[in-house]
Design a protein around this ligand. Structure first.
Ligand code: PAF
Length: 271
């Protein structure tokens, strides 16, 4: 595995046309499944590890976000990755950096409403990374469903020559969606955390079998709140526009975010 830290070094490798998995590190099986897919489907497979400051709001976890570079690099090598781009912050945001990429509409509800500016930071850094790495294919996890939709909009609107590959959420045995932030969960909260996905599945089942969507959602919210979650949102949305819907349609998506102790969990599923 070749590790490079500057744009110049990366360019000198001549890996345009590779498969690419952008990450913030702290790898789990979800990241590894993306890397394995990229390695299987491309001659050269690259990753980036960059905890992107512009996608964290004030008071969020930028400083304490888990950083474990050595472990990550050895996991990436085992998953078949050949190149890791691991720039310092000044490499991607040098003095004077000012340009931001905004994706209005899709960035605004849900995560965007709870984390103002988050998707501008994501779109900006993904755009920079695509320009630097020039991948043919880029891999993202559907756990961040809204992020996938925002990036797809950006790639379409800016005619970026990248094939986006969205891969299913990888879950722990008890159903909890894998996330680098799960390490923040206290043991008692970790025990309760799988209830989020369970309640979402029950709500999806109820809505599919004809229970009014509003009722299915409010009963899931009541049970989660009773179990100790503070809900940011639970909503049934159109899979492309992300606008709330009141009837189950093909590929409707259930989106959720909730706080448990000090940890924020997000999840989604196709209904
Ligand atoms: O999903 C992530 O890990 C990040 O949002 C991404 C896409 C690497 C951009 O920083």
């Amino acid at each position: 595995l070749k590790v490079v830290r500057s744009v110049a070094e990366l360019r000198a490798l001549g890996i345009a046309g590779c498969g690419f998995v952008p990450t913030m590190g702290a790898f789990h099986e979800g990241h590894l499944s993306l890397m394995r897919a990229s390695a299987a489907e491309n001659d050269v497979s690259a990753i980036s590890i960059f905890v992107n400051p512009t996608q964290f709001g004030r008071g969020e976890d930028f400083e304490r976000y888990p950083r474990q570079e050595e472990r990550d690099l050895s996991m990436a090598a085992d998953a078949g990755v050949q190149v890791a781009f691991v720039p310092p912050v000044e490499e991607l945001y040098p003095a004077g950096d000012a340009t931001r990429v905004e994706v209005p509409g899709l960035s605004e509800p849900w995560e965007g409403a709870h984390r103002p500016g988050h998707f501008t930071g994501v779109a900006t850094v993904v755009n920079k990374l695509f320009n630097i790495v020039q991948p043919k294919a880029a891999y993202f996890g559907l756990k961040d469903y809204q992020q996938c939709m925002v990036i797809e909009r950006m790639v379409t609107d800016l005619h970026m020559p990248v094939n986006l590959k969205f891969k299913e959420t990888v879950r722990e045995d008890d159903g909890l969606a894998m996330s680098s932030r799960n390490v923040y969960l206290l043991p008692e909260d970790r025990r309760i955390a799988p209830l989020l996905y369970e309640a979402m599945q029950s709500a999806a089942r109820a809505a599919r079998s004809g229970r009014p969507v509003a009722e299915a959602l409010s009963s899931a919210i009541a049970s989660l709140t009773g179990a100790g979650f503070e809900m940011d949102y639970l909503a049934l949305v159109d899979p492309l526009s992300l606008q709330p819907i009141h009837d189950v349609v093909q590929d409707a998506r259930l989106l959720a975010a909730a706080r448990l102790g000090g940890t924020r969990l997000i999840d989604n599923l196709a209904v």
